[in-house]
Ligand binder design. Sequence first.
Ligand code: RIB
Length: 296
Amino acid sequence: MKILNFGSCNIDYIYSVSHFVTAGETISSKTMSEHPGGKGLNQSIAAARAGGQVYHAGNIGKDGAMLNELLKNNGVNVGYLNVCDEKTGHAIIQLEGSGENCIIVYPGANDLLNEKQIESAVKQFDKGDICMLQNETPCTDYIIKIAHERGMAVIWNPSPINDKIKLESLKLCDYVIINKTEGKYLSGETEPGKIINELSERYPGLRIVLTLGAEGCIYSDGETNLSQNAYKACAVDTTGAGDTFSGYFVAALSNGKTLKEALRLASAAAAISTEGLGAANSIPLLNETLNRMNSN
Ligand code: RIB
């Protein structure tokens, strides 16, 4: 089963700070480093490292050659990744000692994704293939609509959550992968159980994966309920942990793993990804993830 991932590609500038800058304040960062990132790219790399057959669709500028190379070197097909005149998207990331972050994204070329580009990619895929997407690129409602019409399984990680989200689109999704912030936005609830109940009521049959950080994750489709504990990690940078989870989860499903196995693999990989600096570069290879699972 092939995975078509519509998603953002960014250059991440990581500034390590003693605390997040506040209004009117100027602070100095201790270090600054440049890394490959973007929710879409991170998810494609994670899915490929987990053994998925991944096709990445999106846009970068001419300054994004290293992102293109990274995708290719990880076995991701970049036939639907356009190189255009706009600058590659970038993210300015403040990173605290605790591993927590604050991010500003400049979309750049990511914002050029359009209906024509979406149609020409989707028509190369078949019923049963997977279409995954996040919310850092435009036209999410259109992608979901035409991938659903094509008979693809649609898996949406509506991150970062914002008012561009068209709630109606959730009716056409097979899976939604959300964290508590996204869950609150979509359901109006803060308690994990209530988030699940509210979304299950509004979108019957939607398969919901709710990630809860150190509390693990839960799955519900209204009938089957599963939970998975988080793996322990010595976190230095949590950037991209959610993307690692999504990519691993989707790849596991595409390879015929059970939901329980997919949640386990995704949780272990997400934990490992917090132990290195940067988003894409700290995504583990499958062997590393399996070793972590076996040693716990
Ligand atoms: O989810 C992490 C990603 O969010 C970073 O790589 C950054 O590019 C932002 O898009």
